[in-house]
Design a binder for this molecule. Structure first.
Ligand SMILES: [Zn+2]
Length: 393
């Protein structure tokens, strides 16, 4: 397969990037292959014309192929579609506040290799170092022409057209041209996406197939901050110039704590990982002994019967429910997904969040929203795979 150099690539139309049909359709073919166009229509609810145009484009790209013919039900015999797992590989990068994971995935969405490094130091030097690590990984085991591109998930606001981090308060980065820095070193097209948006994509690529018809999905990524990825009417909502993610700064407690954004009582100051950890520290303040610092430790402590750890998580669940209830009334999503390491405490959090959302309802339909934990553990990394692929077609 011949791949263009980044400099030769056309500017990707933002509409191509946002439309989820292609991602959803590939996810379905991958899981149910071999599958006919008619079955795809039945399962996705997409119109035959839409399916044909996407399928034809994917066949032309060599990422899916027509296999055996199925039995005729009167008319023309249907041909079954399969995914060509070897069509292309992608590199997924998930830049986190503590560590940065990078992985090679095949076209079946299977991760072939995964590694991670500590996120530290000067931003540009860090990206250069990351590029060198990726370079070593590719050169050691793969042919470069196999790679369709690099998808990067990063916490913060991004300028999608430039692939630049406009500002990331949690990383302390601003005006960082990640796309340009990585493309210069790797000579592959690089696509940068906000971590919560990438997380929303991870659900389209790895989520449950019974949600294949879902057109409006709200992803709440609970990390150091609190990000939101929103798929609305089958498109990723990217707002205006700079990518969205602002629901974390929705005010929940007008007299609450000061947020990194300068306002008071933002959702992020109450329901993020850092808020949960800070709450646990406050509850523990009269006690001697070691102070737990990670959300995973707090979840483990709660599972061992530590009441303060449980109380800290319970309060977070209440605040998550509070925010979701407000958003659900405005957006009426079919599915709300909660991701991040905190999702491991779902048996504790889930019922509280659901109850809180239910109690707030004025629209009966909102009560039927599916609220569930994320399908994958590291959504930024798994979401970076479809981010790279979206742009490849
Ligand atoms: Zn704020």
């Amino acid at each position: 397969m011949k791949l263009s150099k980044p400099s030769e690539l056309k500017i990707v139309d933002v509409n191509d990037v946002r439309n989820i049909n292609q991602t959803v359709l590939l996810h379905l073919i991958r899981e149910r292959q071999p599958i006919s166009r008619v079955e795809i229509g039945k399962l996705t609810g997409l119109r035959p014309g839409t399916i044909s145009s996407i399928v034809n484009r994917l066949i032309k790209k060599g990422v899916i192929f027509e296999g055996a013919e199925g039995p005729s039900s009167g008319g023309r015999k249907p041909t079954y579609l399969n995914v060509n797992a070897e069509a292309a590989y992608v590199l997924a990068v998930d830049i986190g506040v503590r560590d940065t994971a990078y992985a090679v995935s095949d076209f079946n969405g299977r991760i072939l290799r995964q590694k991670s490094i500590i996120t530290e130091g000067d931003a540009r030097e860090f990206i250069d170092g990351l590029a060198a690590e990726i370079e070593t990984l590719i050169n050691g085991s793969y042919s470069r022409v196999k790679f369709a591109g690099v998808g990067v998930s990063v916490p913060g606001l991004i300028r999608r057209d430039k692939g630049e981090v406009a500002v990331s308060p949690n990383l302390g980065w601003s005006g960082l041209p990640i796309k340009q820095l990585l493309e210069n070193k790797l000579d592959l097209p690089v696509y940068v996406e906000n971590d919560a948006n990438a997380a929303a994509f991870s659900e389209l690529w790895y989520g449950p197939l019974d949600e294949i018809k879902v057109k409006t999905l709200l992803y709440i990524l609970v990390v150091d901050g609190l990000g939101c990825g929103l798929i609305i009417n089958g498109e990723l909502h990217v707002g205006s110039k700079v990518g969205m993610g602002g629901f974390g700064h929705m005010c929940i407690e007008p007299n609450g704590e000061r947020c990194s954004c300068g306002r008071k009582g933002c959702w992020e100051t109450l329901a993020s990982e850092s808020a949960t950890i800070a709450r646990y520290h406050r509850l523990m303040s009269n006690k001697n002994g070691s102070i737990t610092t990670s959300i995973t430790d707090i979840i483990a402590a709660a599972n061992r019967g530590d009441e303060k750890a449980a109380a800290s998580l319970t309060a977070t669940a209440e605040y998550l429910g509070e925010g979701i209830a407000s958003l659900a009334h405005g957006l009426s999503p079919e599915t709300v997904v909660i991701g991040g390491e905190i999702a491991a405490a779902w048996p504790l959090l889930g019922p509280i969040i659901k109850e809180r959302v239910k109690s707030e309802y004025i629209i009966p339909e909102v009560a039927r929203i599916e609220i569930r934990p994320a399908s994958v553990q590291r959504p930024g990394l798994f979401g970076a795979i479809p981010v790279a692929l979206q742009n490849y077609f």
